[in-house]
Ligand binder design. Sequence first.
Ligand code: C5P
Length: 240
Amino acid sequence: MEKKALLYEGKAKKIYTTDVENIVWVSYKDSATAFNGEKKAEITGKGELNNEITSLLFQKLTDAGVKNHFIEKLSATEQLVKKVDIIPIEVVIRNSVAGSLSKRLGMDEGTELEKAIVEFYYKDDTLGDPLVTEDHIRVLKLATLEELQTLRTLGLCINNVLKEHFAQCNVRLVDFKVEFGKTSDGEIILADEISPDTCRLWDAETNQKLDKDVFRRDLGNVTDGYNEILKRLGGLSCTK
Ligand code: C5P
């Protein structure tokens, strides 16, 4: 497979076309951003860690029957994925209160939710990715009601798989964001990445943060937590 033209450059990844139709080449960057790009840094090694962690988690989801774009990991920072048209809706699943939900509802961070919450955000940098309701999504024509139901069902299904998997690695999956895309034949599949950049991951015993909140909140060395997650997902301390 050959890497061809740069198709898109985002905050954390570059996407290239390949010589094969409907397959794209993803390259993970070391850039870290937060607060809609207001806070920026280069964190050496983050691209490798996210590529490795995302590859492991997408493989886990494939094994569990969740259709997704992942094909294979090519190198430390690169992977091949199926080309999709990304649906401009960020799907957030929450098992515990944290971050913006804590602020919005005035609830303490860490409060466990009896049932997982699903939220939709409009993926639009100029608007700051606002929280949107079903009616907003209808007005903006971002997805049909049926598609929205699919996103919700898939989001909860992904949560079931990942929550259990992380629990076995002694990690609490507090919340996470996923994105979906449509393949050339119109099927909705999981896309983008699932990594400590897009999840809140806490040590199950101490609640120590092992995710991007370390960067957002200046809590210390960012890659220490990411390395710990990688070790637990593939290393000796993971019982699976
Ligand atoms: O900030 P908030 O509490 O809404 O984030 C919920 C979850 O979604 C967190 O795990 C966060 O890392 C993730 N997220 C993301 N990209 C965004 C917004 C949130 O990965 N643009």
